[in-house]
Design a protein around this ligand. Sequence first.
Ligand code: ZN
Length: 136
Amino acid sequence: MKIFTKQVEVKTGERVELRDITSEVQSLVEESKITEGIAFIHTLHTTVTLIINENESGLLKDIKRWIQETFTRKDYNHDKIDTNAAAHIAASFAKNSLTIPVENGKLALGTWQRILHLELDGPRTRRIIMQVIGTP
Ligand code: ZN
C-alpha cells in the first residue's frame, strides 16, 4: 500500500465563493500513481467547507444565497474578537473532509458530482491537504 500526501492552495476572491476543484484533485490522484484506493481531502480552516454537488451556475448561486440568508451577521459573541461568526457557524454544519473512492486511477464520482470548495469568509488563501491511499 502506498500513501501520497500533498498540500495545495486555493486562492478565493469573494466572501462566499464556490469553486470546482475536481480537476485539481484528479490531477493529484494521477500524480500519486495510485489506481485503486481512496482520495481523502481535508481543509485546514474553520470557515471553509468541502462539498460534493452539481456545478450548475444557477445551483451555485442558490447555495450561495441560502448560506447568506441563513447565516447572516448578527450580534454574535465571536464577532467581538473577529467579524466572522456567521462563517464559523455555517462551516460547523458542513464537512471539513471528503473521502472519494479511486477506481482505475480516476475519482469515482457520479455524472453530476463535482468537488466544490466553499469559502465562507474570503477572500483568502486557503490550504487543503490531500492524501491518496491505495495500490499502484
Ligand atoms: Zn473567527
